[in-house]
Every structure is written in C-alpha cells, then in structure tokens.
Write a protein that binds this ligand. Structure first.
Ligand SMILES: [Mg+2]
Length: 354
C-alpha cells in the first residue's frame, strides 16, 4: 500500500474551443482556434483538430493562420465561458466541497472523504459534467498535487490517470523537464544546454546543483520529481497577498538595503510564477531597530509579476518612506492578486467593436 490517493486534479479539454463547438455543432471536425480578433492577438485555446496543424495556445494568431488558413478563428466569448465554468464548478461542488479552483477550467479536489475508488470518482465527475454541459475533461489522481496535475495531462482529452507511489519515480523519467512546475522556458534552455532534457536526466542532478541553478526553487524541483509535495488543497483560493520579508542585522547602509530589496523582488517574482499569479498592489514594509514598522503601498493600472518591474517600483516606494534609524527588516508583497489564466480575458476585444 502506497500513500493514499487523496488528490484529484481536473482540467477541461480545450475549454473555450469545446464550448464553441458545443454551442455551434457545425464547427465539429474543423480546426477551431479561439483567440484575439486581430492578427496581433494570440491563440487562447484551440481544439484538438487545430493542434494537428501545430497550433497551440499562446501562439500569435498570424502564425496560426499561416499554419492553418482554413481554420475557423473565433474571437471568443469570455462571458459565455465563465457561465459554463460556473456550471462545471457547481457540479464539482455537488461531489465535494473541498475544491481549489486554479483557473476558469481547472481545479484540485480533495477526495479523501469520498468513499469510492479513484476510478469511480473519475467516472462520476466525467459523466455528470458530460451529461449536464456536453463537455469532456481530463482527470489525474495521485498522492500529492504535483503528481495529480501531471496525471491529468497524461492522456488528454477525456483522460484519466492514476499515479501511485509504487510507480514513482520511473513513471516520470521519460517526460520532458518542462512538465516540472517551476521550470519555465528560460530554465529549460539552460538545462538543455547542459544536456538535461528529461526528468530522468534531472533526477541524476544533486540537490546542491539544483539549488545553485534555481535558488530555493531548486529544493522544490528536487523533491517534486521524487514525489515529495507537501502543499495541501486550499479551498479558499482568495489569497490576499504574497510577500517576502526578512530580518537582518540593523543597518542604514542604503546600498545594502537596496540589494536586499532587489533580492526580495526577484524572490517575489518566482513565488508569483509558481502560483501563476500577478498583482496590482505593491507594498514595501520596513521595521527599524526599535521595532517600529512602516508600510507604503501603491496600486497600479496593470498587473505585475516581473522581478525587475517589482524592484523598480519597490525602490520608488522605499524612497518615499521616512526612516532615520537603522532598519532591521525589509519586505515586499503583492496583493490584489489575479490568476494569470483569468487575465486572458483582456486579450478579447469587446464584442461590440467588431
Ligand atoms: Mg483546460
């Protein structure tokens, strides 16, 4: 007996494109690409037919048009997708109230209290969602979040996969390193350049080397691919803020303080990346040697997650703060958070202008 399989991850298949096909059955069998109306836009979702032409999400529309001139390009109806999403989440909440939504079409479910086998729970969810919405989804079940999410991606669409403790780590070995949360395109390139392509390659690296390469994120990568992930399902996704703060030996050396601020800004970037979040309100916090704290916040007109941008905004907030004693703590935090997947909303021009 391995660890209990309490984590279920589910992901609607080609969600926006599937909603379009369902609402307009004449689209079925054709490559359907949902995305920005102009050629400058990007592909938000495409159906599996379109993927055969090498089209994928985040690809510029003009490129998708080149690859598949006869494809059906749809600007997208965000309100409709949100409506259907609500319907799906209502179904899910009828099965378990321990749900952590990750985006409009993706969620974790804690299935520890459901007295059914994972396969039965999977069938139950799929049947209900299909009969009530006409849509399919893919499900992964495992003993932690990381593996459940990998499993749901295993055999899309309409997939179902269980990863048990006994299957680890070999089951992951053939997968590309890009499947590992925390390894973005940049890191992937860097690893490829030292001959690391698969999780098996990555598995051979010492923890220290991963820490050298990825900072504290390296520990996570080292653990994840060994099946260690302590994150629990957070049913209230409404996280208020994410921040980094640290205490140090009191100093008034501005250069030193700025270098801390810089480090924390980049750390904040990677914490936001990991959760696929960005935010609009930045706060800088200081505490002086007499333990008096001050904060300064500002809300911006756009969402921010880039470390360099965080740093430059943090510098200006910091420079507006008054302090005459040595500081013993600095912190930066982001609030007014939004899931980045949800922000794709703004890629859609309003229906009227078209
Ligand atoms: Mg999806």
């Amino acid at each position: 007996m391995g660890k209990p399989l309490n984590f279920l991850h589910l992901d609607m298949d080609a969600f926006y494109a599937s909603v379009e096909e369902r609402d307009n059955p004449s689209l079925k069998g054709n490559p359907v690409i949902v995305g920005g109306r102009s050629n400058r836009g990007i592909v938000t979702t495409c159906n599996y037919e379109a993927r055969k032409y090498g089209i994928h999400s985040a690809m510029p529309i003009f490129m998708a048009r080149e690859k598949c001139p006869h494809g059906i390009f749809i600007p997208g109806r965000m309100e409709r997708y949100q409506e259907v999403s609500k319907q799906v989440f209502t179904i899910l909440r009828g099965i378990s109230n321990k749900i952590e939504p990750l985006s409009i079409d993706e969620a974790y479910m804690d299935i520890s209290n459901i007295p059914l086998r994972p396969e039965q729970i999977g069938d139950l969810i799929k049947d209900k969602v299909l009969s009530e919405t006409g849509l399919t989804l893919s499900i992964g079940v495992s003993y932690n979040k990381f593996l459940a999410k990998l499993a749901s991606d295993w055999n899309k669409p309409d997939g179902f996969m269980v990863i048990t403790e006994e299957m680890m780590p070999e089951i992951l070995f053939p997968l590309s390193i890009k499947k590992v949360y925390g390894i973005g395109a940049k890191s992937q390139k860097r690893l490829n350049s030292i001959g690391i392509y698969t999780i098996e390659d990555l598995f051979s690296l010492e923890e220290d080397l991963l820490i050298d390469l990825f900072g504290k994120g390296g520990v996570e990568i080292y653990e994840r691919i060994r099946g260690i992930d302590r994150r629990q399902i957070e049913t209230t996704r409404e996280r208020k803020s994410i921040g980094v703060e640290r205490t140090f030996r009191p100093t008034r050396d501005k250069k030193m303080l700025l270098s801390y601020l810089k480090d924390f800004s980049y750390e904040l970037e990677s914490d936001l990346d990991k959760r696929d979040l960005h935010g609009r309100t930045l706060t800088v916090k200081i505490k002086d040697e007499e333990f008096i704290s001050h904060t300064k916040s500002r809300t911006y007109g756009h969402y921010i997650s880039d470390g360099e941008e965080i740093y430059s905004l943090a510098i200006s907030l910091f420079s507006e703060m008054e302090w005459d004693k040595s500081l013993r703590l600095l912190g930066v935090s982001m609030s007014n958070l939004l899931d980045r997947n949800m922000e794709q909303l703004s890629f859609f021009p309003s229906q009227k202008n078209g």
